[in-house]
Design a protein around this ligand. Structure first.
Ligand code: ADP
Length: 252
């Protein structure tokens, strides 16, 4: 361990050192608590699909050979729950990886083109009318292409999952900022929940999110990515009328 020479230092210097040391300890403590909470939340979230798989395996063992309808129901449920765990573990790894290293591979990216690809893909997946309104054909941003693509993916996917009608995506650029807004006309988010939707594993309606294959991790991943680009993500929502997520990224 490195030895720090204390003698000969002024009272102010010692005071400064002790406060820096205390700040470091506080940050470490905070980080451990966050880590602990994450592990506890993650285990809790994984328990549900595991217990569903367990029950269906027992059912399969008991009746699967005699009753084809039980065989079908059980194998389908096991497949769904396995897919859910797979999605959850992938997102947890993404979150952990992003948090471990905020290293961004910044490059000049045409965000309009990136959004066009995203919109095209989701229009097909959800068979939905998704419209892109762009003020410029080529909106250039200095971003990590893969990570920002992930943000667009999460927001457009959510807009499709939590609404039935069309989805509008707007891009704009203002002083020093590039702005992307994903607007849906769906159910909206209750006021009491808005503050928490960016928290890990938070879902307004757990059962609904589960049915949609949601994990409750998408928005926390999106927020982390946007903030690591020194940007901000905000939400504007009205119950019964829809939700708009806006991402603001610095131009360079
Ligand atoms: P999930 O995998 O459950 O969609 P997210 O972290 O992406 O997790 O979102 C957290 C919660 O925020 C969702 O479960 C949902 O309740 C709410 N939410 C997110 N986007 C929308 C939206 N466009 N409209 C209504 N609710 C939304």
């Amino acid at each position: 361990m490195k030895k720090i020479r204390l003698s000969g230092r002024s009272k102010d210097e010692l005071h400064q050192m002790s406060s820096t040391y205390n700040q470091m300890i506080d940050r470490l403590r905070e980080s451990f608590t966050r880590q602990e909470q994450f592990v506890s939340d993650a285990s809790h979230e994984l328990k549900t699909p595991i217990s569903v798989i367990k029950s269906y395996t027992q059912l399969l063992n008991r009746w699967g050979r005699k009753k084809p309808e039980v065989f079908e129901e059980a194998t389908e449920a096991i497949q769904t729950e396995t897919d859910r765990m797979d999605a959850m573990i992938r997102q947890m790894l993404t979150l952990a990886r992003n948090q471990k290293s905020d290293h961004l591979k910044l490059e000049s990216v045409n965000l309009t083109a990136l959004l066009q690809d995203c919109v095209r893909a989701f229009s097909v997946t959800y068979d939905r009318d998704i419209q892109l309104f762009s003020t410029e054909n080529k909106l250039e941003g200095r971003v990590d292409r893969e990570k920002i693509n992930q943000v667009f993916y999460i927001l457009i996917d959510n807009a499709c999952k939590y609404s039935q009608d069309e989805v509008h995506v707007y891009t704009d650029s203002s002083e020093g900022y590039i702005q992307v807004k994903v607007q849906d006309f769906g159910e909206g988010i209750p006021e009491a929940d808005v503050e928490r939707i960016f928290d890990r594993f938070y879902r307004v309606d757990k059962a609904r999110s589960r049915d949609n294959g949601g994990t409750g991790l998408g928005l926390s991943i999106a927020k982390h990515i946007v903030e690591s680009h020194n940007g901000i993500i905000t939400v504007d929502t009205e119950l019964g009328n829809g939700t708009a997520f806006t991402v603001k990224l610095p131009k360079s």
